[in-house]
Design a protein around this ligand. Structure first.
Ligand code: GLA
Length: 349
């Protein structure tokens, strides 16, 4: 029996920048997804996960079915296609990363499964190659045109530090999170599901379109001057560009402020990120705005913003150490009174 696990991710800042060759700053959730796996002598794959219908198929017969099993089928398909010698297996999954909360439960599952398969079949895959294999599974079999942040975070991030990832250069730097900061995460109760998000793919297409019009390889090369040039031609695309340009700047500024332990500045940057995601990238919804405001009104909170792709999922807050739990629960209560919806505190645990 082989046992492996992987965390979900909370992106501190740098949203919708990964597929524009930009900068992101995710950290790991304390919650993890665990896979227990026994190799078989044949080509049959059987996987169970609590609360879901079990799946079974033969290696080589993977296809997109539109259910949770696509993450499993995606992983075995990618490995087989890359020439890795695997056989069938029986596996059980237990996850504490809440699905739909915008914390990349899917990447946690893919990476945890890949780690178990690496051990069981002695595959030569380093952590970086493993993250890219997970990404390919999600893109090609699940059908979500996501960037690589989530899989890199699930594969490489640790609690207590953030990963500054430069997507263009594939460079990763570990940035310690000072103990004076606490990260609170509250799930809005409105599921975000990558595979169903046509709006996500639309944002990507808009970014590609803007880069094409500007004659640049990706929006990593765009400037605020480009925003002005594009505005008379297409105001929507100009706003998308402004978000990406300003968000990359915010990642840089945030890292400097975090290293200096300047929490007030970190909080202001996080608030500005939320405003940009709402006004320029149009990926917030009313409930997320209400939840972010509710968090901001709590004692010790320095700033709050939606985390992940948007359209639902969670809001994160940066809080002074020791205030995160009360702030998260207080905000959840306020959110319930304002929206009638039940929010769930994900962090601190
Ligand atoms: C989703 C995707 C990531 C990234 C974020 C937005 O989580 O999976 O690749 O694009 O949205 O930052």
């Amino acid at each position: 029996m082989y046992r492996s696990d992987a965390p979900g991710r909370v992106n501190l800042i740098g949203e919708h920048t990964d597929y524009n060759e930009g900068l992101v700053l995710p950290t790991a959730t304390p919650q993890r997804t665990v896979v227990e796996l026994s190799p078989r002598e044949d080509q049959v794959v059987r996987v169970e996960s609590e609360g879901y219908m079990p799946i079974a198929y033969r290696l080589g017969e993977e296809r997109h079915c539109g259910d949770w099993g696509d993450y499993i089928r995606g992983v075995t398909w990618v490995l087989t296609k890359a020439g890795h010698a695997i056989r069938g297996f029986d596996a059980g999954i237990a996850s504490r990363v809440p699905p739909g909360a915008g914390l990349s439960s899917s990447a946690a599952l893919e990476v945890a499964l890949l780690r178990a398969l690496r051990d069981a079949f002695s595959l030569t895959l380093d952590d970086m190659a493993l993250a890219y294999a997970a990404h390919k599974a999600e893109r090609d079999v699940v059908g979500a045109r996501v960037g690589t942040m989530d899989q890199l975070a699930a594969g490489l991030a640790r609690v207590g530090e953030a990963l500054l990832i430069d997507m263009r250069r594939s460079e990763i730097e570990r940035v310690p999170i000072p103990t004076s900061v606490e990260i609170a995460v509250v799930y809005s109760g409105i599921a975000h599901d990558n595979a169903k998000q046509g709006a996500y793919n639309e944002r990507r297409a808009q970014c590609d379109d803007a880069a094409r019009r500007l004659g640049i390889v990706s929006l990593r090369d765009a400037t605020l001057g480009d925003v002005e040039r594009l505005a008379p031609q297409n105001a929507t695309l100009a706003r998308r560009v402004r978000h990406v340009v300003s968000e990359n700047e915010r990642v840089r500024a945030f890292v400097l402020a975090l290293r200096a332990g300047d929490l007030a500045r970190c909080g202001a940057i996080v608030d500005a990120s939320h405003a940009s995601l709402r006004e320029d990238f149009d990926v917030s919804i009313e409930e997320l705005d209400i939840l972010a405001d509710a968090l901001r009104s709590q004692r010790g909170v320095r700033g709050a913003r939606l985390v992940g792709a948007g359209f639902g999922g969670s809001v994160l807050a940066l809080a002074d150490a020791g205030t995160g739990s009360d702030a998260a629960h207080g905000a959840a209560e306020l959110y319930r009174s304002r929206t009638g919806r039940t929010a769930r505190v994900v962090m601190p645990v």
